[in-house]
Design a protein around this ligand. Structure first.
Ligand SMILES: Cc1ncc(COP(=O)(O)O)c(C=O)c1O
Length: 336
């Protein structure tokens, strides 16, 4: 057996440079490229007390010819701006953020791994006004950083079917903030996710408030069978995944009947008797579910393995992302 090189865990290594811009006196500064290093903020900074922060996560891929292509950056920047708006944070200009991302990718060119690895881009916006009495006052100052991290194949060890705890009690966010990519939502999912891991050896929790299937702590949820795809319709209560959107477009191109509507736990448990279930997101692309755990009972999804539809759709989406299949929707931008 050949030994795999030791690779750092997802997100633990940053490249050398980051882009930084600040908002003050009602306007954004030009951005600068600075070495990745600890930053200084006031201990009274708004973000540290009132969680005024949002972020994004998306990938750029290196092709065999050395060119680097970023996947659906415009969508991710639009979502960052939407998050900022909903958190009453200064909204950065879309073109300026795109240029920050491009410049970070250029500076990190040598650190972009070969596919299936990628350069993960992480724009991060937070309120910096120094005022510990600002619980109901938005931050008038903010910082925007763009970080980059080389990441490797999420499935290097093979595609393992996931164990998912179905939770119809807890929620991962306030109902109006689910569509906002903000730290507090991940903090809210942490306790239930760790408890599910300890009690049921579950990989993730599928939040189903009021019995309606929503999403997991860090990915969207889809059901698949016989050229049909079912997923919850967009509303404010969950994150509008760019992978979800890409998957739906791709499935429609492939002749799937795509249903976006609310559905409940009962319908999901019925579906998985013969169908497939998967999580979708930037990190995992499409990850197959093998087991659902609900009210202390285990439900096998299909035959309990990652199914053929999940494997096929995943391979097709990855092929587009990595430049091995035509980019019919114009999702990739080459970084010059
Ligand atoms: C809560 C949550 N839902 C869904 C997603 C999937 O979104 P995307 O496909 O844009 O990565 C993510 C990952 O970013 C997430 O954190």
């Amino acid at each position: 057996m050949t030994s795999q090189p030791q690779r750092p865990a997802f997100g633990t290594v940053l490249t050398d440079s980051m882009a930084s811009a600040t908002f003050k006196d009602g306007k954004w500064s030009d951005f600068s490229i600075v070495p990745v290093a600890p930053i200084q903020i006031s201990p009274a900074a708004h973000v540290l007390h009132y969680a005024s922060t949002c972020f994004e996560g998306f990938k750029a891929y290196r092709r065999p010819d050395g060119s680097i292509h970023v996947f659906r950056m415009d969508r991710h920047i639009a979502r960052l701006r939407q998050s900022a708006e909903r958190l009453i944070l200064p909204v950065p200009d879309a073109k300026a953020v795109a240029e920050m991302v491009r410049e970070v990718i250029r500076r990190s060119r040598a650190a972009v791994p070969d596919a299936p690895g990628a350069l993960y881009l992480r724009p991060l916006l937070f309120g910096t006004t120094a005022n510990i009495g600002a619980a109901a006052t938005p931050s008038s100052e903010a910082t925007l950083l763009v970080l980059a991290s080389p990441v490797w194949d999420y499935f290097a060890g093979g595609m393992k079917p996931l164990r998912i705890l179905v939770d119809d009690v807890n929620t991962r966010s306030a109902a109006h903030l689910g569509m906002v990519k903000t730290g507090g939502n991940y903090a809210a999912a942490m306790g239930p996710t760790l408890a599910a891991r300890a009690k049921y050896q579950a990989d993730q929790v599928l939040f189903c408030p009021g019995g309606q299937v929503q999403e997991t702590g860090a990915a969207n949820f889809v059901l698949l069978r016989d050229k049909q795809l079912l997923t919850r319709s967009l509303d404010a209560s969950f994150l509008h995944g760019v992978t979800r959107d890409s998957l739906l477009a791709m499935a429609r191109d492939l002749g799937y009947s795509v249903s976006e509507r609310p559905f409940d736990v009962k319908e999901m448990l019925e579906w998985v008797k013969s169908g497939e279930a998967a999580l979708s997101g930037t990190a995992a692309v499409l990850a197959g579910v093998g087991t659902l755990i609900y009210k202390d009972q285990e439900y096998r999804v299909g035959n309990g393995e990652v199914g053929p539809i999940v494997r096929d759709l995943r391979a097709k989406l990855v092929a587009i992302q990595q430049g091995d299949a035509p980019d019919a929707h114009g999702w990739l931008e080459k970084i010059s």
